[in-house]
Unconditional design. Structure first.
Length: 79
């Protein structure tokens, strides 16, 4: 599948038959795709998980070493 076709794909976030949301890709920075998310009717059941993920990402950006306790001895970061 070419990059343009992948950018036009949509993914549905399902739990069983419940629609939690839908992601539509609108940009690619291979191997990553970027897109917009539209919450579905059952998103409220998992919203706290997404909120926590954003908190962890913000912590990682602020202080990469503190975000992964014990990781620095395994995989040291250099700046």
């Amino acid at each position: 599948m070419d990059q343009l076709s992948r950018m036009q794909e949509s993914w549905r976030l399902l739990c069983g038959h419940e629609l939690r949301g839908e992601i539509t890709a609108d940009d690619a920075d291979m191997p990553w795709l970027h897109g917009s998310f539209v919450a579905g009717p059952a998103f409220s059941k998992v919203k706290s998980l997404f909120d926590r993920e954003l908190e962890l990402l913000e912590d990682l950006e602020a202080d990469p070493e503190a975000s992964y306790p014990g990781r620095s001895s395994l995989v040291p970061l250099e700046r």
